[in-house]
Design a protein around this ligand. Structure first.
Ligand code: WTA
Length: 651
């Protein structure tokens, strides 16, 4: 049985297409050649602290730092002794410059209402709201939960907290009252900010009602601020609940940013652990701010004329780092959209790109696979010629989906940045730099300057290039999480114990001969067939390259003979879900990657179970495929009807 060491993963993927950065793009880019990237990366690697210390001069400092890094593994203190403020770096630095009257936020609500906020206007709103928070007794270090739809007020609330040193905890609008209460209690939140509702696919989300229920079980919360979005009747609890607009009416627009220690906590963001209690990932001030600003510049090669659209909700880390803090630190014009991509029809995103002449579009593979399934006719109706750069985040992108994105949306002109990172990493860790690094479909290519990844076995031994293993980081970086809120043991346990002295990302990956990284899926999702450890994404990508397949999820189910057998769940964009197609898909996998990975079971389904941020929940599929009646934790599941129909098919 395969003589590989524990922690290694076999690769069966063959992908050799390479796309050089378009010459016109490279000519104008900040980092415009592979040589320039490598020079920068090498310089950074030679002395990471000197590298970050020099870049940190780009932030505004109320008081300079005296030391770049104090590393008490696994606890990092970056820019020791310095004082800065993230809200200042996002707003005040642009005042009195030509950006003052530039649009900071171009917003479109789902029903089609629109708003524009310039940097000056956004600054004013943030100052006023910061005074509202102060008026309610919020002080530096207090935790504020934010449960709002994707409106400008969501960004305003985050920036207002940052301005006075309150720690925000944004809770995605799709979460239930139980999830809100759990987060309020874990963080000891003092205030909750919500709305009378929000729009999603034409329906009204009962945000305030959810909060009311949550507050019955959230003893630390003293005040609730309610934004009027839908204008519908909501219950207002006397003494506890306050209307946003009434509080803002009398608030002063004078609120200087509080000088905060470099390591002052900026936010907590809960991510679902694979089991049990959600983890409050903690990010702090200066290092995070620097990291999102620099990666924004490197990866998106942002320029002042750009209309930049990241489709993520601020309930996720992508919304924190690349809707709010990264782009605003760079003085970008950020496009923000409240609602669903298929409302009122499947052309909505393309309509928005045409209308605002968006130049950069950053979205998730799950969305791209949905666009492919919905059909090209929606894309063809709109003029997408304003786009110059495309990005993806959240999951691996299957090479065929990448090719569709490249041809259909990018018209073969736009580089694609496949960005690998995590809530824990704060910002993008590996990605092509669009003017410098040739892209390969399915690879997040190379690490950012200052980032030193490695691929290792269970015992921390490096694996040879071409072989899969566990992805780790060998050096701390400024954007890294500073811990799990209130749980240092869990932090140590989860990220710093399996492989000594390295940050364990929890993903498998391999590096090819060109030094390119290929993410192979979560460590826990590896499929072990007759001693061969297969990566989920490779089997899935082979299936997605079949013309009838829209999406696929591969998992291992117990098998007496082989240890595990490969089971795949497939959604179709065309074709008939019958035995013949099953045989054809098996033959297709055999042709693409070989007999080893041929699925034993192929199951057609209308949809796959996903998390609310669009990741396939392979764990639930494992439970179903192995015939378990007790399905594990489903709190993060996006659509329960999917699970119900999968279970029904089972019987
Ligand atoms: C996965 C999202 C492959 C990965 C920013 C990671 C990816 C987890 C990619 C973090 C990518 C994210 N290619 N896999 N480009 N981006 N992932 O915390 O498994 O929501 O560990 O952060 O998503 O998800 P999170």
């Amino acid at each position: 049985m395969g003589g590989i060491q524990s922690g290694q993963v076999d690769t069966v993927m063959r992908e050799d297409r390479v796309f050089a950065p378009p010459a016109e793009f490279a000519a104008q880019a900040r980092i415009g050649s592979l040589a320039a990237y490598e020079k920068l990366w090498n310089e950074a690697a030679a002395d990471t602290e000197a590298f970050w210390g020099k870049l940190a001069q780009e932030l505004h400092w109320f008081r300079p730092f005296s030391k770049v890094l104090d590393w008490q593994e696994p606890f990092a203190h970056w820019f020791v002794g310095g004082q800065t403020n993230v809200s200042y770096n996002c707003l005040d630095v642009h005042l009195g410059t030509p950006r003052q009257n530039k649009a900071a936020i171009l917003w479109e609500g789902e029903p089609g209402d629109t708003r524009t906020l310039t940097y000056l206007q956004l600054h004013r709103e943030v100052c006023k709201f910061a005074n509202v928070l102060k008026h309610l007794g919020v002080a530096a270090g207090d935790v504020v939960s934010i449960y709002l739809p994707m409106t400008p007020e969501l960004a305003i609330a985050m920036l207002a907290c940052a301005r006075i040193g309150a720690v925000h905890s944004v809770i995605f609008g799709g979460f239930s009252s139980t999830a809100i209460a759990e987060r309020n209690n874990d963080a000891g939140a003092k205030v909750v900010i919500t709305a009378d509702g929000g729009w999603r696919r034409g329906a009204q989300l009962p945000l305030k009602a959810n909060v009311d229920e949550a507050l019955e079980k959230s003893p630390t919360v003293k005040h609730c601020i309610v934004l009027r979005r839908l204008n519908n009747a909501v219950h207002m609890h006397e003494g506890r609940d306050h209307w946003w607009h009434e509080m803002m009416d009398g608030a002063s627009a004078d609120c200087p940013a509080t000088p905060l220690d470099s390591e002052h906590p900026l936010y907590i963001l809960y991510t679902s652990g694979s089991t049990g209690k959600p983890k409050g990932i903690k990010h702090t001030t200066a290092g995070y701010n620097l990291y999102v600003k620099k990666t924004m510049e490197w990866v998106f090669d942002l320029r002042d004329e750009d209309v930049y659209w990241c489709t993520a909700d601020c309930g996720w880390v992508t919304g924190h780092s690349y809707v709010v803090y990264g782009p605003l630190s760079c003085g970008a014009t950020v496009l923000m959209y409240e609602g669903a991509p298929n409302w009122p029809d499947e052309g909505r995103f393309w309509e928005i790109i045409e209308k605002y002449r968006a130049t950069i579009f950053y979205t998730a593979p799950t969305a791209i696979r949905a666009f492919i399934k919905w059909g090209d006719k929606w894309v063809d109706k709109y003029d997408l010629s304003s786009l110059r750069l495309l990005g993806t985040v959240g999951e691996g992108i299957n090479p065929e989906a990448w090719m569709w994105y490249h041809r259909k949306i990018g018209r073969e002109r736009c580089p694609i940045v496949d960005t690998w990172w995590q809530t824990e990493t704060g910002g993008i860790m590996m990605s092509p730099l669009p003017g410098a690094i040739p892209t390969k479909p399915g690879s997040c290519t190379r690490p950012m300057p200052g980032i030193l990844p490695a691929i290792v076995t269970d015992s921390g031994q490096p694996v040879p290039d071409g072989q899969g293993g566990m992805l780790v980081m060998t050096k701390p970086w400024p954007g890294m999480l500073r811990g799990i809120w209130g749980d240092d043991d869990r932090y140590r346990q989860q990220y710093w114990s399996k492989v000594p002295h390295h940050y364990l990302a929890g993903d498998n990956a391999r590096r090819d001969a060109d030094g390119y990284y290929w993410i192979m899926g979560r460590i826990d999702d590896v499929i072990n067939v007759a001693g061969h450890r297969l990566s989920t994404i490779e089997v899935e990508s082979a299936l997605v390259s079949h013309p009838d397949v829209a999406e696929a999820a591969a998992i291992g189910r117990p098998d007496d003979l082989k240890g595990q057998a490969v089971a795949v769940f497939v959604t179709l964009k065309s074709g008939v879900p019958n035995e013949e197609l099953k045989r054809e898909l098996k033959a297709h996998v055999r042709k693409e990657i070989g007999a080893l990975a041929v699925p034993d079971d192929v199951r057609f389904t209308k949809a796959l179970p996903k998390t609310r941020s669009g990741k396939i929940m392979r764990r639930l599929l494992r439970d179903i495929a192995s015939g378990k009646h007790q399905i594990g934790d489903t709190t993060t599941l996006e659509d329960f009807s999917v699970l119900a129909s999968l279970q029904k098919d089972e019987e």
